[in-house]
Design a protein around this ligand. Structure first.
Ligand code: UDP
Ligand code: MG
Length: 329
C-alpha cells in the first residue's frame, strides 16, 4: 500500500502539440475521470491534469490558460520550443512528481481510452508502481500501422530490448518510479524502453484503442520510422554485432575464393576475372558503407549524449489551483 490514510494525488500528464481541436474534449473527458476517482475515494481532490504545450503553433496554450481559469484541476507547462513527444512527456512527468503521488501519461488525442485510468488507480492501490496500458484491439489503426508496429515489437525483442507488447506511452507510475526514471539521463529518450528497466512491481491493464478524436497524427510515416530506428539504436548494440558477424562471414568467403583463384592459376586457367572482380568490389564496398553508416549512427548518439544538452526548456509553469499547498513551484 502506498498511502496510509491520505488519498493519493494523481497527476495526469498530457503532451500537446498543435492539439487545439481535441483539447476541449480531452479536458472534459479527463475531468470526468478525475471526478469519478475522487468520488470513489481512489484519488485525492488535489489531483490534477497537467497539459504540456510542446511548442505548439496554434492556440493550444491559450486554450490551456483559459481552461485553467474555470477548471481548478487544470495545470499547464509551456515549453520554450518543440522538444518532441518523449521530451515533452518527461518534462510533464518531472513537473508532476513534485506534487503528485503518482502520474499517468496519456496522449491528447483520446485514442487511448481515458476510462482505463480508473483501473490504473485501482492497481496503484493494490501496490503496483508501474501500470502499463496495453492496446487490446487496434482495429481503428490502419493495417499498415498495425503491421509496422508489430514487426517493430518483434524486432525489438529479438534485439534483446525489453518492451511491453502493444504498449505506447499510456501508463501510470508511482512517485518513486518517477524518481528513478529521472536518473536515466538519456538524451536519446525512448521511454517505453527505459521504464521496464526501472523494475518495481508492475502490471498491465488492457483497453481498446480508438480513432483520433480530431486533428491529424503528428507521427507521419517518416517520423514513425525515425522513432523506431532511434528506439532500436538507443536500446541495443546488437546491430553493431551484426556488422562484425558479416565481416567474419565475408572473410571466410574470401578465403574460399582465394583458394579457388590459386587452384585456377596453378591449373593454368588464368581468366580475365572481370566479373568476379567487379562483383566483389561492389559487394565489399556495400558492406563497408553499411558498416560505416551504422558505426556513425552510434557515434552520433554518443556525441549527443556527451553534450548533455537539456531535453526541454520550460517557459511557463502554471500550477493547478487544486494542487496541494506548498507544491506550487
Ligand atoms: N506530441 C508532442 N510533441 C510532438 C509530437 C506529438 O507533444 O512533437 C504529442 C501529441 O500532441 C499527442 C502525442 O504526442 O498528444 C502523440 O502524438 P500523435 O497522437 O500525433 O501520435 P500517434 O498517436 O499518431 O502515434
Ligand atoms: Mg495519437
Amino acid at each position: 500500500m502506498h498511502t496510509q490514510g491520505a488519498l493519493p494525488v494523481l497527476g495526469i500528464v498530457v503532451p500537446c502539440y498543435n492539439e487545439e481541436e481535441v483539447l476541449p474534449e480531452t479536458i472534459v473527458r479527463l475531468t470526468r475521470v478525475l471526478d469519478r476517482l475522487v468520488g470513489e475515494r481512489l484519488a485525492s481532490p488535489g489531483s490534477f491534469m497537467l497539459f504540456v504545450d510542446d511548442g505548439s503553433r496554434d492556440k493550444t496554450w491559450e486554450l490551456i490558460e483559459s481552461f485553467r481559469h474555470s477548471n481548478p484541476r487544470v495545470a499547464g507547462l509551456k515549453l520554450a520550443r518543440n522538444a518532441g513527444h518523449q521530451s515533452a512527456l518527461l518534462a510533464g512527468l518531472n513537473r508532476a512528481r513534485l506534487t503528485a503521488d503518482c502520474a499517468v501519461s496519456i496522449d491528447a488525442d483520446l485514442q487511448d481510452d481515458p476510462d482505463a485510468i480508473l483501473e490504473f488507480m485501482a492497481k496503484y492501490h493494490e501496490g503496483y508502481d508501474i501500470v502499463y496500458g496495453i492496446r487490446q484491439s487496434r482495429t481503428t489503426d490502419t493495417a499498415f500501422k498495425r503491421g509496422t508496429a508489430q514487426s517493430f515489437y518483434k524486432l525489438m525483442s529479438k534485439l534483446g530490448a525489453k518492451i511491453e507488447y502493444n504498449h505506447a506511452d499510456y501508463r501510470l507510475m508511482s512517485r518513486r518510479a518517477l524518481e528513478q526514471l529521472d536518473r536515466f539521463k538519456e538524451v536519446n529518450l525512448f521511454l517505453r524502453g527505459i521504464v521496464p528497466m526501472i523494475g518495481f512491481k508492475s502490471t498491465r491493464v488492457y483497453y481498446d484503442r480508438h480513432e483520433r478524436f480530431a486533428g491529424e497524427s503528428k507521427y507521419p510515416l517518416k517520423k514513425m520510422l525515425s522513432f523506431a530506428w532511434d528506439g532500436i539504436t538507443a536500446l541495443s548494440v546488437t546491430p553493431i554485432r551484426f556488422v562484425t558477424l558479416a565481416g567474419f562471414l565475408l572473410f571466410v568467403v574470401s578465403l574460399v575464393a582465394a583458394l579457388y583463384a590459386i587452384v585456377q592459376k596453378l591449373a593454368g586457367n588464368t581468366v580475365s576475372g572481370w566479373t568476379s572482380l567487379m562483383l566483389s568490389i561492389w559487394f565489399v564496398g556495400g558492406i563497408q558503407l553499411i558498416s560505416l553508416g551504422l558505426i556513425g549512427e552510434y557515434i552520433g548518439k554518443i556525441y549527443k549524449e556527451v553534450k548533455r544538452r537539456p531535453l526541454y526548456i520550460v517557459e511557463t509553469d502554471l500550477a493547478a489551483q487544486s494542487e496541494a499547498p506548498g507544491g506550487t513551484k
